[in-house]
Design a binder for this molecule. Structure first.
Ligand code: ATP
Ligand code: MG
Length: 569
């Protein structure tokens, strides 16, 4: 391919709407153009990257026994009504009507469609297990489409669904997919981690997210500093080793103290001259069923995902000032568990606290020497708080460290949720009818491309890992007016292509500086510069994009040395 034939419109300016580096660089380097909010055109360079990611995905899915198929994007509402999701999916679901006024959805995911397909085609245990996947466009009317390809309204996803006879089978399929995902992201040249994630209030099945580690990531992950320990979880799920022994301290008599104007933990701690760890925060939450009080230590934060799981509720909101004053009889800032008439949930750390400070349920008053069990009764003790870096790993006790990540994939054990709802049953060996046991596994292909850039860039542009670069090598003649240089560049280009290396020849009449800038911006792993002096010595200059390292290579061994270099990139 020659640059003069390639549609790769680079921009000198950073587009105003692009907030994150991947969005800026995809726009500036001529990979994407926005159609309207959350919808993009993928230009030829982007397509080359996406095809490579897809190829890696296909190979790894197929290696595990996956079979590729393709399902319709337009999905009838009836199937979504059967699964119950037509009503619960909410405004993220793009809904359309056909000319007969029938309802349809643009697929945000394909559990309904594939379960209906399998329902019709699978009837015996002999046909199981099955791993079926597609790579296709998905539609989600995101509340805030942003960050370019990171959160768009149309995106490309690989979605695989596993169908097994039982939960042991599901475990095997799940492990296969975990291995496949690990290989996919490793082969894409990314630094990533699989982390435990929350599976939602209903269920409690296993799920893991694959996170590309990058400072710009929206997700926070915690993992063990101990390399031999593989504990890693996202912040919603992360736990730390529980405190067991209570500090040895005698329980003192409960007392009320005035704390005028002090309602934050810091203010109360300063006013009473106690450590924030001794203060207990009482937060009121409203669910669809009731108002509850949640107690965490003053230096901790409530984890609402854990709280919702502990309550088994669907909706959870921090109570407003009116509810707070009607339940506690005091303004916000003075709630406490003593005498409270609602369900009381305490975090494990609070359950073992001695002589704590809490609100007194009276304006400008706190209680000191509050002891759980003695002064108030507890309905639920659970891990209800956010875990932070530095806390002990729940598996090995070493310190947890925190990092930012971009979720590029997720694997999930579904069980019989969809097969039961849609009636995807099979006959087992004894002739008994059973629901197939399912798993679902997604990779965001377009988000993976963006995540690769978030992780691999510098001030000059993108630095593609060689495995997913749009071209591996760009050949740049220094002077386009010099026929000898152009002929030599042409020759090098042809030899690389013949050797199976994906090369691009920059045959534009521009100055070398312009061509170098574009090459850095687009991020080809290697640049071969054909200049007069080196040419006279039978050499070409090779520059490694990632390190900036420059080397002079003999013309006659160029192909083999380039292939060698690419192997390490
Ligand atoms: P998120 O929490 O980021 O909204 P999700 O958990 O809803 O994502 P899944 O349903 O697990 O997403 O979809 C599988 C994969 O599809 C995700 O891991 C992600 O890589 C990708 N993906 C999901 N939503 C988007 C989007 N709006 N734009 C681009 N990729 C997306
Ligand atoms: Mg997900």
């Amino acid at each position: 391919m020659r640059t003069t034939e390639l549609l790769a419109p680079t921009l000198r300016e950073v587009p105003a709407e692009a907030e994150v580096v991947s969005h800026q660089l995809l726009m500036r380097a001529g990979f994407i153009r926005r159609e309207t909010a959350g919808f993009y055109n993928y230009l030829p360079l982007a397509m080359r990257v996406l095809k490579k990611i897809n190829q890696i995905i296909r190979e790894e899915m197929d290696r595990q026994g996956g079979q590729e198929l393709l399902m319709p994007i337009v999905q009838p509402a009836e199937l979504w009504q059967e699964s119950g999701r037509w009503d619960v999916y909410g405004p993220e679901l793009f809904r359309i009507k056909d000319r007969h006024n029938r309802d349809f959805a643009l697929g945000p995911t394909h559990e309904e469609i594939i379960t209906a397909l399998v329902r019709g085609e699978v009837s015996s245990y002999k046909q199981l297990p099955l791993l079926l996947y597609q790579i296709a466009n998905k539609f989600r009317d995101e509340r805030r489409p942003r960050f370019g390809l990171m959160r768009s309204r149309e995106f490309i996803m690989k979605d695989l669904y596993s169908f097994d006879r039982d939960y042991e089978g599901l475990q095997v399929s799940y492990e296969k997919m975990r291995e496949a995902y690990t290989q996919v992201f490793r082969r894409c040249g990314l630094r990533f981690r699989p982390v435990e994630a929350d599976s939602g209030a209903i269920g409690g099945s296993d799920t893991q997210e694959f996170m590309v580690l990058a400072d710009s990531g929206e997700a926070t992950v915690l993992f063990c500093e101990n390399e031999a320990c593989d504990y890693a979880a996202n912040v919603e799920k992360a736990a730390s080793a529980p405190v067991t022994a209570a500090p040895v301290e005698e329980q003192k008599p409960l007392a009320e103290v005035p704390t005028p104007g002090a309602h934050t933990v810091e203010e109360v701690a300063a006013f009473l001259n106690v450590a924030p760890q001794r203060i207990v925060k009482t937060l009121l939450y409203e669910t669809e069923k009731e108002v509850v009080a949640v107690l965490v230590r003053g230096d901790r934060e409530v984890n609402e995902v854990k709280l919702a799981n502990a309550l088994g509720c669907l909706q959870l909101n921090l109570a407003g000032p009116d509810t707070v004053s009607s339940v506690t009889g005091a303004r916000v800032g003075f709630a406490g568990p003593v005498g409270l008439k609602v369900k009381i949930l305490v975090d494990r750390e609070v359950a073992v606290i001695v002589n704590a400070v809490t609100g007194a349920n009276k304006d400008d008053m706190h209680l000191v020497n509050v002891n759980p069990g003695r002064d108030f009764s507890i309905d639920i003790v659970d891990d209800l708080r956010m875990v932070r870096a530095g806390e002990p790993c729940p598996r090995c006790g070493k310190a947890l460290v925190e990092a930012k990540g971009i979720e590029v994939g997720q694997i999930f054990k579904l069980g019989d949720k969809y097969s039961k709802a849609l009636g995807a049953l099979y006959l087992d060996e004894s002739g008994q009818s059973r629901p197939v046991i399912m798993g679902c596994y997604g990779i965001g292909v377009t988000r993976t491309m963006a995540a690769a850039i978030e992780q691999n860039n510098d001030k000059d542009g993108i630095i593609w890992p060689a495995a997913i670069a749009p071209f591996q090598v760009i050949v740049v003649p220094v002077s386009a007016k010099d026929a000898t240089q152009m002929d030599a560049a042409e020759d090098v280009y042809n030899r690389l292509v013949a050797a199976g290396i994906e090369a691009l020849l920059d045959d534009r009449p521009d100055r070398a500086g312009v061509k170098f800038k574009d090459a850095d911006l687009i991020g080809y792993p290697l640049r071969i510069t054909i200049g007069a002096r080196a040419l006279a010595n039978g050499q070409a200059e090779v520059r490694v994009r990632r390190t900036g390292e420059v080397m002079m290579l003999a013309m006659d061994e160029l192909e083999s040395r380039i292939a060698e270099l690419l192997g390490g990139l």
